[in-house]
Design a protein around this ligand. Structure first.
Ligand code: TRP
Length: 330
């Protein structure tokens, strides 16, 4: 049995509603790979968060496995971090979520921008589960006394809830739940190829980590373009987005060349897209090879998940023991 590490703890979770795409990879996963060298990391597939919006039970197991394989392919190393499936520790996560929910006002949850967004997204599915989203997320983190949570800025309101819950709970019961901070990973924001804002599964036009060169080309073929020429390189819009992609995958110099070209001869998007597709594929190839190894060795993946569960469960049970005692439940 592995002993509990004394380094600062990091927890992060990813839902299994869709496969991680290159935006998730550059924005989050690459950062997680760096963190595993410095901290005691627990990275979880938060499948209990997956079932609180409409989903397909028939494909859920495969979706969970795909996320695990993508993580391992992208470089999460089971010798350096712990990988868990949230539902394998359902008893622990849900028990703490319940206690936290008992001390937190419904009105604060209803005010969260994410709750409002989900309500708008699934108007026929506004269930109690949705209110539990931030409570469960707080439990995910507080259960392990994680100090740092690598996650996008859009999740900051959820972290604020987790901190408030920890403070309130500690104040009421004298527990020592740790208030977590967001850890801003250095990864850039990857723009959408088909619309405004950042790349996201809901907008479509995403490139996932197992895409072949042909599939990447097909996604890029659909990417919006403009005339490719003008007096000034635009700060937003199709040209800006595609050149940001170039910057991320082919480097700054190449991107600058396109920016100048825009003001001179004009950008030929066919050529840009062909080169960019190759560059993206080159970045994904080693990930795909490593992923394939784990796909072909399912027993190794099962062992990684069993070890992750064992490690996490030990910490979770200690936290819960203390919480139950202070609450007068034992
Ligand atoms: N809310 C996260 C997302 O937007 C998922 C999540 C659930 C999470 N529990 C977590 C992230 C705990 C970090 C820590 O996908």
């Amino acid at each position: 049995m592995s002993s509990i590490e004394t380094k600062s703890r990091v927890f992060s979770g990813v839902r299994a509603n869709a496969r991680p795409h290159v935006g998730n990879y550059l924005g989050a996963i690459k950062g997680m790979v760096e963190l595993q060298d410095k901290f005691d990391c627990i990275f979880s597939v938060v499948d209990l968060h997956t079932v609180l919006v409409p989903y397909d039970p028939k494909t859920l197991q495969q979706s969970i496995r795909d996320v695990v394989l993508d993580y391992l392919g992208a470089g999460l190393d089971p010798k350096k971090c712990h990988i868990t499936i949230q539902s394998h520790l359902a008893a622990e996560h849900l028990e703490l979520a319940y206690y936290l929910g008992c001390v937190y006002p419904v009105s604060r949850i209803e005010d969260l921008p994410t709750y409002k967004e989900k309500k708008a997204q699934y108007p026929d599915y506004i269930n109690v589960g949705l209110l539990y989203y931030p409570i469960l997320m707080a439990a995910d983190i507080l259960l392990y006394n994680a100090e740092l949570v690598p996650i996008g800025i859009d999740n900051e309101p959820h972290l604020e809830v987790a901190r408030e819950m920890a403070r309130k709970f500690n104040g009421m019961y004298g527990t020592k739940l740790v208030e977590p901070k967001r850890y801003a990973t250095t990864g850039g924001s990857v723009p959408s190829l088909v619309g405004e804002g950042k790349m996201s599964k809901s907008k479509g036009g995403t490139i996932i980590l197992t895409d072949s060169l042909e599939e990447i080309k097909a996604v890029l073929a659909k990417a919006v373009t403009d005339s490719g020429q003008g007096d000034k390189f635009p700060e937003t819009g199709p040209a800006a987005n595609l050149v940001t992609f170039v910057e991320l995958f082919e480097g700054h110099d190449k991107a600058q060349q396109y920016r100048s070209m825009y003001k001179e001869s004009g950008i030929r998007y066919g050529d840009l897209k062909a080169e960019l597709a190759e560059a993206i594929y080159k970045e994904l190839q080693p990930i795909q090879e490593k992923r394939k190894y784990f796909e072909e060795h399912p027993e190794e993946v099962d062992k990684i998940l069993a070890d992750g569960k064992e490690y996490a469960q030990k910490i979770a049970r200690e936290t819960l023991e203390e919480v139950r005692q202070k609450m007068g439940l034992v």
